[in-house]
Design a protein around this ligand. Sequence first.
Ligand SMILES: [Ca+2]
Ligand SMILES: [Ca+2]
Ligand SMILES: [Ca+2]
Ligand SMILES: [Ca+2]
Length: 285
Amino acid sequence: MLTKKFCLFFMLITFIYLPFLQAKYFVQSILDQFDYTKQITGLYINEFMADNETTIADENGEYDDWVEIFNSNPGAINMEGLFLTDNPAIPDKWQFPDVEIPANGFLLVWTDDDEEQGELHTNFKLDADGEFIGLYEIDGITPIDTLSFGPQEEDISFGRYPDGADNWQFFDEPTPGTSNSPGSVDDEIISPKSCILYQNYPNPFNPTTTISFYVAQLSSFVNISIYNIKGQKVKTLVDKKPDVGFHTVIWNGRDENNQPVGSGVYFYNLKVGKFCETKKMILIK
Ligand SMILES: [Ca+2]
Ligand SMILES: [Ca+2]
Ligand SMILES: [Ca+2]
Ligand SMILES: [Ca+2]
């Protein structure tokens, strides 16, 4: 009787459970190959140039903008289907072709708005006054690596040092497609402006408007205040130590006492250390 039970148990394991397990693993391995929700890690926007005059020419002899991608993984990564963009609102702007980046390797992409010139030419350029670069997953939504950058100088690249690190700096000896080299770091070169103040939007406005500013380096304090046409301070909008990057602040058309202000011309002034900039805006009721 015991032997009979054992035989039945043995048959169950051998002919039903084991094949079931094998089938399960087989199906899982197929699914894994198509599982695009798996997060890609170790890919970095490593260096770029938004104002290339003489540094490096593309296959057509054109000195165009470029972006370097670094694969810090111990294995190669196929870029096919991933996205690169200059606009965070359109993450799926340009899609990578079937191209592999070797382990610890680099890929140079021409951000020249010359798609007809080859597979590694994007449909956008980089604005030397400051813009955005984003690398996104195959779903066209999930970011892998993104950055907002400030004003760039001619033939000076901006990149991570060492490769893939959080530290960004300017390079007067750019290394498109190869490792960012310590010898090419120029400590003397800093962004011409530590801060940028953008025109408010909308303008004219009623009753709220958005003011954007960009901080290029860690600084002690940023102050943005609003003045009326008589030069009287109406409201302090920002007075803090912000992170490097883009910031936006909304003014609701009210003064320090939370009272709505009248129609007219107002000035908003940005102060960061010695840097100071003022712009005009109009409130129309
Ligand atoms: Ca450019
Ligand atoms: Ca080109
Ligand atoms: Ca652009
Ligand atoms: Ca490089």
